[in-house]
Design a protein around this ligand. Structure first.
Ligand SMILES: Cc1cc2nc3c(=O)[nH]c(=O)nc-3n(C[C@H](O)[C@H](O)[C@H](O)COP(=O)(O)OP(=O)(O)OC[C@H]3O[C@@H](n4cnc5c(N)ncnc54)[C@H](O)[C@@H]3O)c2cc1C
Length: 401
């Protein structure tokens, strides 16, 4: 049996669902292929959606807690409290409801969806791609103008089309707990090489529970497991007392791919979201950048579909549309490396002792954006002399990167 579509999207995560809607809005026929039998499972996310991404989908009904502030803790415990209750900085959502609503909208707009289905092979022909899809017990042929990989960190599409690898593959692990004595609307961030080497741990209010997690890079873990590090934060860190009444009600973990592929568009193929390595190097957030990538590429991909132009020259040109986003991410990574990843605990404590000064908190509150740390980084480097010595490398990256 043969099926014909303009766009075949592999993966019904938030980015696949958003892409499907955007392609339908341009009049293309769309098929979404999802390996699981339901949307939004398994769940691997802290559930933070920034205001910019939220404004693209207007899914405020999926919000569990609006987040206006953060308490950031240095390795020795120095807390820095930032934020203002009058300004929501990010939203803590129910990811299952969020993903379901995005995919439902794509279907309401006219996309078809096949659950419990996976691609098995693909051939590029003249004028189309032929995707062989395992659908339940049978294999069917799907002929399409373009195959879009929105199939997450270990993307089948990315591997099949040999599109390279994201620069960094971080790992994250999280437990959902009851009984955490957090502050309403405020998330906690914890640093220290014994709980999140090179990165940080978090406690994020999410309605009646709190998501407590950490992320790091495998080469920094020195054989320890992420689960072991979370257990240490909860049971044996200087903050352990805070977790004494907590009861774990869920556990999940997964990869966080960052460092956008050099080429995300090829002959009759494009990859998006985690498949393309779009997670932010500073926070691990992947939903906002995935949406941004869709918005940037869909107009030109739609034109390529209509004109049938998937020439090397055209796909290279379309891929380059992401260059400013790539540059923004690599500058943010340079800042992260200088301030956090490459700092020892002693250096981090020094940074926190400066951060906790009132005038510095004022700068952070004015210029700090969860999404875009560069303006804050520049401001801190300009106005706080102590930062210049720890951030020499970042300064170079910001100015020349
Ligand atoms: C611990 C942790 C915390 C995180 N916290 C946040 C956060 O707070 N905010 C944030 O923005 N991001 C966060 N992220 C990252 C975020 O989860 C991802 O960036 C986001 O889910 C990416 O969306 P996506 O649609 O690209 O991929 P995914 O959400 O991974 O969706 C991919 C879909 O493709 C399907 N699929 C995969 N392979 C196939 C196949 N071969 N055939 C058919 N279907 C397939 C999967 O079943 C899935 O439905 C976190 C990640 C981790 C690990």
């Amino acid at each position: 049996m043969d099926f014909h579509y303009d766009v075949a999207i592999v993966g019904a995560g938030p980015v696949g669902g958003y892409l499907a809607t955007k392609m339908r809005e341009r009049g293309h026929s769309v098929l979404i292929i999802e390996e699981h039998d339901e949307i939004g499972r398994p769940f691997q996310c802290a559930g933070l959606v920034n205001p910019d991404a939220m404004s693209k989908v207007s899914l405020e009904q999926t919000v569990l807690t609006p987040i206006w502030g953060a308490r950031i803790h240095g390795p020795s415990g120095t807390p820095v409290e930032i934020g203002n209750p009058k300004r929501t900085r990010t939203w803590s959502v129910c990811r299952k409801k969020f993903d379901e609503a995005i995919v439902r909208r794509a279907v309401e707009e006219g996309s078809d969806i096949w659950l419990s289905s996976t691609p098995e092979d693909v051939e590029i022909g003249i004028g189309s791609a032929l995707l062989k899809v395992r659908r339940g017990d049978v294999t069917v042929n799907v002929q399409c103008r373009i195959v879009c990989g929105c199939d997450g960190a270990h993307s089948w599409v990315r591997k099949k089309f040999r599109m390279g690898r994201p620069k960094e593959m971080m790992v994250g692990f999280q437990v959902e707990v009851t009984g955490y004595p957090g502050k309403e609307g405020v998330l906690d961030m914890y640093t220290g090489s014994d709980i999140a080497p090179g990165f940080f741990a978090w406690a994020i209010p999410s309605g009646s529970t709190t998501r407590v997690g950490m992320w790091s890079r495998p080469d920094l873990l020195e054989g320890e497991s992420c689960e072991g590090l979370i257990n240490r934060l909860i049971e044996d860190s200087i903050w352990a007392e805070r977790f004494s009444d907590c009861r774990i009600v869920g556990k999940f973990g997964g990869p966080v791919p960052s460092g956008i592929l050099k080429k995300t568009v090829g002959q009759r193929v494009a990859v998006f979201g985690d498949a393309a390595g779009s997670c932010k190097p500073t926070t691990g957030g992947g939903i906002g950048p995935g949406f941004e990538q869709v918005d940037l590429l869909v107009p030109e991909l739609s034109r390529a579909i209509i004109e049938g132009d998937f020439s090397e020259e055209n796909t290279k040109r379309i891929s380059k549309i992401l260059d400013p986003m790539r540059r923004k991410h690599s500058k943010a990574k340079a800042l992260r490396d200088a301030f956090v990843t490459e700092s020892s605990d002693e250096e981090l404590d020094e940074i926190f002792s400066v951060w906790s000064r009132r005038e510095v908190i004022e700068i952070i509150n004015e210029y700090g954006e969860i999404d875009n740390p560069i303006p804050l980084g520049i401001r801190l480097l300009k106005e706080v002399p102590e930062f210049r010595k720890v951030a020499g490398k970042a300064t170079k990256a910001i100015i020349w990167g």
